[in-house]
Design a protein around this ligand. Structure first.
Ligand SMILES: Cc1ncc(COP(=O)(O)O)c(C=O)c1O
Length: 341
């Protein structure tokens, strides 16, 4: 049975696994000084068409926390959406690793910040008693399955930079956003003013790991030490980096992201004609959020389906992954139709 609780329930995609196995040949220098890590970093620079600085860490919480910490002093603050993963699901990691930089919450439709919402937070206070805003963080695709257009990112970044703030992007599902928008990765990041991207690998189909991509190399000066201190410097780094090669080769990552997005569309379309069920947000990436009758929720769980209801604003979240099959989507829909009836 395939599950919809999270896109990280899925296994490793064959291309990433193949690249991982290929890296398991003989000895290689440790701590990132290996050929695999160098090749993937170069490949990521090619992908973004810029000379960025690339680091590999084990998970998204570490990527976000350490990236944000590298942009802040402890007396600074980070502006984020009120449902941002950094606020709701990282157990205070960003505050911990930055020695106390405070998250300042902003509202926005569909899980998205706007320049107005960010400006409201910036302008709220500027006295010595308040943590000075230093970073804006955007999630692409958002926690509720919507996406920012390049122009929306550029508008927020422009405002942020104008006020001396840096821009961080939580790209746990960056692949899904690129797949939907069909634009160059550089257009959604550095060309739109993003300073640091946490490029999600796990949810794309890698075994583990995210890449932290600094478009402004000055910001990554001490990042390697920060990773080491936080326990995020893999000694056998090649096994964190090599699987990216299989994923990036021939745009495998985009093919899988398009597939996951298409499965979300299939699910969303199927849900719209089930009585008592409504979609909460536009379905723009690989996640579907729906309000279900409570009995239908219980019934789905009793039939073995797993999904979360604590993410976003309280609906049921169904995530599609690189390997979600149309048959699994249809089985879920069939069960829900029966239960709703
Ligand atoms: C928006 C977002 N950011 C980051 C992460 C990464 O979190 P983790 O530390 O579980 O890899 C997730 C995972 O669910 C996420 O949904």
């Amino acid at each position: 049975m395939q599950h919809f609780a999270s896109d990280n329930y899925a296994g490793i995609c064959p291309e990433a696994l193949q690249a991982l196995l290929a890296a398991n040949d003989g000895h290689a220098p440790a701590y990132g000084d290996d050929e695999w890590t160098r090749r993937v970093s170069d490949r990521i620079r090619e992908l973004f068409a810029t000379d960025c600085d690339v680091y590999f860490v084990f998970n998204g919480t570490a990527a976000n926390s350490l990236a944000l910490a590298s942009l802040c002093q402890s007396y600074h603050s980070v502006i984020c959406h009120e449902v941002a993963h950094v606020e709701t699901d990282e157990c205070g990691g960003p505050e911990f690793f930055s020695n106390g930089s405070k998250l300042l919450l902003a509202k926005g439709e569909g899980g998205k910040l706007t320049p107005e919402a960010v400006l409201e937070v910036i302008a709220r206070r500027n006295d010595i008693h308040y943590p000075k805003p230093r970073v804006v963080t955007l999630t692409q695709a958002t926690e509720v399955g919507t996406i920012y257009q390049a122009s929306e990112i550029a508008a927020i970044s422009g405002l942020a930079h104008q006020h001396g703030l840096r821009v961080h992007m939580d790209g746990a599902r960056f692949a899904n956003a690129v797949a939907t928008l069909g634009v160059a990765p550089g257009d959604l990041t550095w060309r739109a003013g993003v300073d640091v991207l946490c490029f999600g690998g796990t949810k794309m189909g890698l075994p583990v790991g995210e890449a932290v991509v600094f478009f402004d190399r000055k910001l990554s000066e001490d990042f390697a030490w920060r990773c080491k201190q936080a326990g995020q410097l893999a000694s056998k780094m090649r096994f964190l980096s090599a699987s990216w090669l299989g994923m990036l080769e021939g745009d495998v990552w985009l093919r899988y992201a398009r597939h996951a997005n298409a499965m979300a569309q299939r699910l969303a379309h199927g849900l719209t004609d089930i009585p008592g069920v409504s979609l909460q947000f536009p379905v723009e990436a690989n996640g579907v959020f729906a309000i279900l009758p409570p009995l239908a929720q219980e019934g789905l769980r009793a039939r073995g389906w797993r999904f979360y209801t604590f993410i976003g604003t309280g609906g049921a979240r169904f995530m599609c992954a690189w390997d979600t099959t149309p048959a699994s989507v249809d089985r879920l829909l069939m069960d829900l139709r029966e239960l709703a009836a």
